[in-house]
Design a protein around this ligand. Structure first.
Ligand code: RB5
Length: 153
């Protein structure tokens, strides 16, 4: 698992996730991760799929190792991200799930809602998610089965 500055992260939000995106970028800076910010640049109302797409496509194409998506609830972003082949986006609002979705699902994008959790918890969630490795083993088989479903549809 690549860690620290070797891990390349893509991040975006919609207008509902702007403040939390700034907070998480501060966290990434503090932890030494490199990232690309796909916006939006200001608080004008935007459509979350437009911002989920570049992050998701970038991760699916291997340009980025992981992605972080934030909207008001995290739900719209997670639904949009999971439409992109190769993406396993987890909507997470607690630290246990952040760890579990890396260990068990090998999630490559995390989605969160700024209107759901505060910045302190969001920071803990992202830190845990970034630092937790996929367990493999029986979980590898299950993730492969997700990929098979994706390829059949
Ligand atoms: C925007 O108002 C809101 O719908 C969006 O941020 C998100 O919560 C959608 O799932």
């Amino acid at each position: 698992m690549k860690r620290g500055i070797k891990l390349k992260i893509a991040i975006s939000s919609d207008h509902g996730g702007n403040n939390l995106r700034k907070e998480i970028k501060d966290l990434l800076d503090e932890l030494g991760y490199s990232y690309e910010d796909f916006g939006p640049k200001d608080s004008t109302s935007v459509d979350y799929p437009d911002y989920a797409q570049p992050v998701s496509s970038g991760v699916a194409a291997g340009k980025f190792d992981k992605g972080i998506l934030i909207c008001g609830t995290g739900i719209g972003m997670s639904i949009a991200a999971n439409k992109v082949k190769g993406i396993r986006c987890a909507l997470v609002h607690d630290v246990f799930s952040a760890k579990a979705t890396r260990c068990h699902n090998d999630s490559n994008i995390i989605a969160m809602g700024e209107r759901v959790i505060g910045p302190g918890l969001a920071r803990e969630i992202v830190k845990t998610w970034l630092e937790t490795d996929f367990e493999g083993g029986r979980h590898e088989r299950r993730v492969e089965k997700i990929t098979e479903i994706e390829q059949q549809n």
